[in-house]
Design a protein around this ligand. Structure first.
Ligand SMILES: CC(C)NC(=O)[C@H]1CCC[C@H]1Nc1nc(Nc2ccc(C(=O)N(C)C3CCN(C)CC3)cc2)ncc1C(F)(F)F
Length: 276
């Protein structure tokens, strides 16, 4: 909190930080470990090249990401502490998540999947973060393992609000990357509401337990068909409790998807989330 309480009028700049190791590449620039000079507070410094943003026509999206993420405060949401810019770059000062990217942790697991305890724990924490987002009328819209980070203690931080919007919305963005997480209403271009995140939470829980999303196919067309027909296989590592929860989230009718509060109280979540 030191970083953001130096009075709202103070203009942060690069000289306030010592830049450390690169943590990896974000979509529009690199991310560095950095340390605020007076408090030694560790942060992640995400750099965005203005030219890249203009070429990608994503300036508005970045401003929306900044607007949304600077106002959300929750233990399972990666906080944006502040931001500033120079002539070439925008700098986002974000919380540093010491255990890094959850999708890499997933790949490191035996059989590249989480056991029921980790799957239930992470599903619970994402549900908790989404309940808070929805209470603030924010749809994340891009829930997937790549957008989750892990703290030193092994807890989830929901990050990358680059695709988030205020509900309800019919924003049709040329979605890049995987269709695997898209709910039917987004595939068919209808207007959608906060319940797109409920669908994605179901897909996420499935991928935690199986190691890949349920509608994964060789072609986009095949994925579309599987999403529309909700053609899902249930391998044996998905126990009846997990299947019950996932089935209540992956509903075609968005209003039939169970609430985040109900997810947090679901018997399978309660049974496994605190076991070690
Ligand atoms: C959600 C979003 C889509 N993803 C991102 O932004 C990505 C893009 C690049 C990094 C990450 N962004 C962040 N990463 C961290 N922590 C972190 C990351 C990586 C490692 C790690 O495994 N290594 C350094 C390893 C160490 C070992 N060597 C071998 C490989 C890299 C350890 C800690 N905290 C905050 C952020 C944030 F989000 F604030 F920027």
């Amino acid at each position: 909190d030191h970083v953001e309480t130096r009075g709202q009028s103070y203009q942060w700049n690069l000289d306030d930080f010592e830049i450390g190791a690169p943590l990896g590449r974000g979509k529009f620039g690199r991310v560095y470990l950095a340390r605020e000079k007076t408090t030694h507070y560790m942060v992640a410094l995400k750099t965005l090249y203005k030219v890249e943003l203009m070429k990608g026509r994503v300036e508005k999206q970045v401003m929306r990401e900044i607007e949304i993420q600077t106002h959300l405060r929750h233990p399972h949401i990666l906080q944006m502490l502040t931001y500033f810019h120079d002539h070439k770059r925008i700098y986002l000062v974000l919380e540093f998540a010491a255990r890094g990217e959850l999708y890499k942790e997933l790949k490191r697991q035996p059989n590249e999947r989480f056991n029921e305890h980790l799957s239930a724990k992470y599903t619970y924490q994402v549900a908790d973060a989404l309940e808070y987002c929805h209470r603030n009328n924010v749809i994340h819209r891009d829930i997937k393992p790549e957008n989750l980070l892990l703290t030193y203690e092994g807890n989830v931080k929901l990050a990358d609000f680059g695709w988030s919007v205020h509900a309800p919305s019919s924003k049709r963005n040329t979605l890049c990357g995987t269709l695997d997480y898209l709910p039917p209403e987004m595939v068919t271009g209808q207007t959608y509401d906060i319940y797109v995140d409920h669908w994605c939470l179901g897909i996420l829980c499935y991928e935690f337990l199986v190691g890949k999303p349920p509608f994964l196919s060789d072609s986009q067309q095949e994925t579309y068909v599987k999403i529309k027909t909700i053609n899902i296989q249930w391998p044996e590592q998905i126990t009846p409790g997990a299947k019950d929860l996932i089935s209540r989230l992956i509903k075609r009718k968005s209003s039939e998807r169970i609430s985040m509060a109900a997810v947090k109280k679901h018997f399978w979540i309660v049974k496994y989330k605190d076991l070690h």
